[in-house]
Unconditional design. Structure first.
Length: 101
């Protein structure tokens, strides 16, 4: 049997879908601005730092070594560790540019 009360419930269910998805959209927006966006900005800044490195710059590797760049290659850096000791370092292993205090 169709009653006016039942018709009101059926009409209001369309709005319930929107109101139930609204908190999910809100949580995704918060997650984006707190986690995803800052991480993307940090990755972009790190990539730019890698392209700006030149011979003579000192860098800190992911392993914690402080080395000096001797030569910039396409995917590697030739680095000087000590007097007469040089090695090839992958560009992905560079943590940051070393700046003396």
């Amino acid at each position: 049997m169709f009653t006016p009360l039942y018709a009101d419930q059926a009409a209001s269910q369309g709005g319930d879908i929107f109101t139930s998805l609204l908190p999910l959209v809100f949580l995704f927006a918060i997650f984006y601005f707190i986690v995803i966006r800052p991480q993307q900005k940090q990755a972009k800044a790190h990539k730019q730092m890698l392209t700006e490195l030149v011979k003579g710059d000192k860098i800190v590797t992911a392993g914690g070594f402080i080395v000096e760049i001797e030569k910039v290659e396409e995917t590697f850096y030739r680095v000087k560790m000590n007097d007469g000791v040089s090695a090839r370092l992958s560009k992905e292993s560079v943590a940051k540019r070393y700046e003396e205090a």
